[in-house]
Design a protein around this ligand. Sequence first.
Ligand code: HSE
Length: 380
Amino acid sequence: MMNIGLLGFGVVGRGVYEQVDKRSDLHISRVLVRRDIPEIGAIATRDFQEIVNDPAIHIVVEVLGGLHPAYEYICAALRAGKHVVTANKAVVSAYYHELTSLARDNGVALRCTAAVGGGIPWLVNLERCCRLDTVEEVCGIMNGTSNYIMDAMHRSPVNFDEVLCQAQALGYAEADPSADIDGDDIRRKLVISANIAFTTLLREEEIPMFGIRTVTDEDIAAFHERGLVCKLLATARRTPEGIAAWLEPTLVDDNALEAAVPANYNLISFQSRYLGRQSYFGQGAGRFPTASNVTQDCLDIAAGKTAFYAPSGAAQTPRNESVCHAYYVRTAYSDPWLTAHTREPMGLGVLTDSVSVAEMHRWANAQRQRDSHCFIAALP
Ligand code: HSE
C-alpha cells in the first residue's frame, strides 16, 4: 500500500481523490487544502509540513498548479525522499533541470504524465519510443481549451468569449485562460515533450508563439472557402542547425487528422526513424481524464518505476531560421516587409510567400504593437 499526500483539491485533485478512494493499493492519507472541505474530514490539513514530515507518506501528488508554492513543495518532498507526481506543466517546464536533478540525486521518482495531454499517455509512450528510436519531430494539438474554441468557431459563427466561458465551466481552462488562448500553456507542454524527445533543455521564453485571441469569423470563412481548418499547433523538430520549436495557428487540409479533432480533445504526434508518424488522441483536459494519468503515475511508482522519462540534456536555443512556409496574415496596417512577401489576397488578409518561422514571428511580434488585432496562421 502506497500512502499519498495530495496537494490541492481542485478540478484534478478531486478526481484523483475519487479514483484512489476506490483502490486498495493506493491510499490518500493527507490532503493539503486552502479552505474547509467537510467531505474529506480529518485528513485535510492547511500545513504542508504535516505532509512532508510524515514518514508514512510515500508519494506527494501536486495538483495545485502555478509556480509557487508548488515548486518549493515539490523540492521539499523530493529532498525528504518522497516520490512526486505532478500535473503541473508550468513548474516542470520552468524548473525541468532542477527538479529532474533533485529527483535523481535523492533516488526518488518524479512523474508528470498528466502535465502534457491531460489523460493521454503521451509522455510514457514518448519515453518508450526514445529508448529504442530517434525522434525527429513532436507536434500537434496540445491544449483542450483552445481546440474547444477553434472547433466551435468552425462549426458555426460563435462569440469567442462565450465559448471560452463554456470551456472554463467544463474545467478545461487554466485559472488564467489567457495561458490557453495565447499559447503559454502549450509552450510549457512543448518544452517538456521536446526535452524528453531530444534530450535537451529548452526555455519557454525562447520559443516563439502566436495564439488564437484575434481570430475572427471572417478569417474562418476565408479558410473554409479553401477547404482549410485552423488549429493551434505546436512543433519541435530536429534540423541540421539544432532544435526548431514554435507554436502558431496552422491551416490544415480539411482531410487532415488534426482537422477532425473535436471539443477538448488533443492529438499529439511524434515522427521517429523506425515508427514513422505515430499519433495519440484523447481528452487533453478535464477532471477524470487528467486525474487518470496522475493515478497511473502513482501506480507506476508503486510498481517500482523511479527513472524520469529521459536523461537530462544540455540547454539549447530554438533554431527556427531553416523552417519555412507560407502564412495567412490579416492586419489593418501593411508595411514594406509584408508587401514584399505578399503572394496573393486571401479573405480580409493576404497569403505570403514562403518565409522562415523565425522571421515571421519577429515581424508578427513587432506588428502586434501597432495592430493588436492582427492575426497570422501558417500554411505549411
Ligand atoms: N488548460 C489546459 C487545456 C488543461 O485546456 O488543455 C490541460 O493541460
